[in-house]
Design a protein around this ligand. Structure first.
Ligand code: NI
Length: 177
């Protein structure tokens, strides 16, 4: 497995929508290795999610996992999940606002409005259909990664930039907010 280079904001690949994966290509060694490398890369940088476009691959794959994460302490855990060709549908119009960061936008956090509860339809890495409901922080992570696959980043979802802050200032001025 290898740790991949993460594309940063400004790289055009982050702004193009990713291509869907034909299911008959999913079992190929290249795609399976890409998934393994994405998981490795996400863990290396303490991410809670990573989309293939962030490692310079225009494919509809996202991985997520929330365990004991120093970048996001005190968040509920989410098991390691591989989403292939995901589709997200909000289950209600109810939203909530919370902090987000992104490995492609290092050092910055901002408050982002997301749907509270969503339905997620995708394939897993073996091509099996997945269909589940996610809410709260789990739903937030899925929406963030899904956005990446559609060429969007969390900045696009901020109401305005008044809460945009560097991590150091977040700890200093925004603790508990
Ligand atoms: Ni991101």
């Amino acid at each position: 497995m290898s740790i991949l280079k993460v594309a940063r904001l400004g790289n055009p690949i982050l702004r193009r929508g990713a291509d869907g994966i034909p299911l008959d290509q999913l079992s190929s060694p290249q795609i399976q290795k890409l998934i393994d490398d994405m998981v490795e890369t996400m863990k290396e940088y303490d991410g809670v999610g990573l989309a293939a476009v962030q490692v310079h691959e225009s494919r509809k794959i996202a991985v997520l996992e929330v365990a004991d994460n120093p970048r996001y302490p005190q968040k509920p855990t989410v098991p390691l999940t591989v989403l292939v060709n995901p589709e997200v549908t909000p289950l209600s119009q109810e939203t909530e606002e919370d902090w987000e960061g992104c490995l492609s936008i290092p050092e910055l956090r901002g408050r982002v409005v997301r749907y509270k509860s969503i339905r997620v339809q995708a394939r897993d890495r073996s091509g099996k259909e997945m269909d589940f409901v996610a809410s709260g922080f789990h739903a937030r992570v899925v929406q963030h990664e899904w956005d990446h696959l559609n060429g969007k980043v969390f900045l696009d979802r901020m109401r305005d930039f008044s809460t945009l802050t560097y991590l150091q200032e977040l700890a200093r001025y925004w603790a508990g907010k």
